[in-house]
Design a protein around this ligand. Structure first.
Ligand SMILES: *Cc1c(COP(=O)(O)O)cnc(C)c1O
Length: 411
């Protein structure tokens, strides 16, 4: 038996916390060796009192920074009222949340869920039902076309159409009904769509794959192909949406709309898991009582936080910050190309930075950045994904890029 004193000794240092995680938590992540105890805005503080700039923002769940006062206030107020009713009863936050989210996004109806993966699952179910009941696809024949290198979450159905071996291996048998085509290849997409295609599911910018921006015109062509074939276009905007690229949807840059959008991450303000499918009422309207749901989906606390997120987004301030700071970030990053960096991509305050093949690995660069007080994470070996919170100041952004310049100059 360990005594209380032993236990506190175990957890008094970063190493102690890390050892505790290693012993008791499953090993499905490989975190950087930093143990965060507090955070505010663009900054986090570790258990030893060291401060770091957060250049990851919980993969865009923290677009408004840590503990934005408006979001904390909304959550605190709702904690004092009611947090959960289940959908067996109505509550006074759901309708307003759905209306405000639909108005913000220019859509007609909202299906609230919790995690991003649940929103994607929900969109897939709705698309299948729409295909059978509205489009007239024969029973169990519906297909959904997706892109290679996609990331849509971790459920067994979603990993069924992943092209990442790590995400799939040993998790079969897989859900049928998905067709994978290379991302950015409009001709391949055209060929894959048949009369049985219920939907095309795409990330307007592929986040997890390394902030991959598709070729000009690709998304508009996807929209045209879907219209031509009476097929739904589903945009997964869980990471790209809600001001990350300077607009509510990354798709807005292409001046096209999707039939359904999945939202998550920033919708919960970094406080709650809040996700949703938003889109056409004639599509989402196919769901009837008993066919889909979630105990926590659309709960009062989630709706109250979501409504505060929507209020922040309705001013346009964060979209403007992303555009202006993003231009600055990309200008600064472009100076690194040829100096330890082979390519930079992205839009708004979001960048994928490919490290030179003969330089540091993504992991080594992330660790070196951590030692310089900047937190970010590699994706796929040689790429760093930068997604600072949209509340970051320009001088803080410069501080992060300066640290990166130093790190990529290392061997
Ligand atoms: C993160 C993410 C998801 C999954 O969201 P979870 O909340 O982790 O389930 C789905 N799609 C995209 C594009 C994402 O970035």
């Amino acid at each position: 038996m360990t005594t209380f004193a032993d236990k506190s000794a175990e957890t008094s240092s970063a190493a102690g916390y890390i050892a505790l995680d290693e012993r008791w938590s499953t090993h499905n992540y490989h975190p950087l060796p930093v143990v965060i105890a507090e955070a505010e805005g663009a900054w986090v503080t570790d258990v030893q009192g060291e401060r770091y700039l957060d250049f990851l923002s919980g993969y865009s769940a923290l677009n408004f920074g840590h503990r934005h006062p408006d979001l904390v206030r909304a959550a605190t107020e709702q904690l004092g009222r009611v947090t959960l009713t289940s959908r067996a009863f109505h509550h006074d936050q759901l309708g307003s949340f759905c209306r405000e989210l639909a108005e913000l996004t220019g859509t007609e109806m909202v299906l609230p869920m919790n995690s991003g993966a649940e929103a994607v699952e929900s969109a897939l179910k709705v698309a299948r039902k729409w295909a059978y009941r509205v489009k007239g696809v024969a029973e169990n024949q519906a297909q959904i076309v997706v892109a290679g290198s996609n990331f849509h979450g971790r459920t067994t159905t979603i990993v069924s159409f992943s092209t990442d071996d790590e995400a799939r291996a040993d998790f079969g048998p897989f859900t049928p009904g998905f067709v994978v085509v290379p991302y950015g290849d409009a001709a391949a997409l055209a060929e894959a769509i048949t009369e049985n295609t219920a939907a095309v599911l795409l990330e307007p910018i592929q986040g997890e794959a390394g902030v991959i921006v598709p070729p000009d015109g690709y998304l508009a062509e996807a929209r045209r192909l879907c219209d031509e074939a009476n097929t739904l276009l589903i945009a997964d905007e869980i990471q790209s949406g809600l001001a990350r690229t300077g607009t509510i949807f990354a798709l807005d840059h292409e001046r096209i709309t999707a039939d359904l959008y999945t939202l998550g991450k920033a919708l919960g303000g970094g406080i709650m898991p809040v996700s949703a499918v938003v889109g056409r009422a004639d599509v989402l309207g196919v769901l009837r009582p008993g066919e889909h749901g979630s105990t926590f989906g659309g709960n009062p606390l989630a709706c109250a936080v979501g409504r505060a997120v929507i209020r922040l987004l309705s001013t346009g301030e964060f979209q403007q910050r992303s555009t202006a700071l993003g231009a600055h970030l990309h200008e600064r990053l472009s100076e690194l190309v040829g100096n330890g960096v082979s390519a930079v991509r992205g839009r708004g305050l979001w960048a994928g930075v490919d490290l030179a093949e003969d330089g540091l690995t993504g992991r080594e660069a992330s660790e070196a950045l951590m030692k310089r007080g900047v937190l970010c994470k590699e994706t796929h070996g040689h790429t760093l994904r930068l997604a600072p919170p949209l509340v970051i100041e320009e001088r803080e952004l410069d501080r992060g890029v300066d640290a990166l310049a130093e790190v990529v100059g290392m061997r």
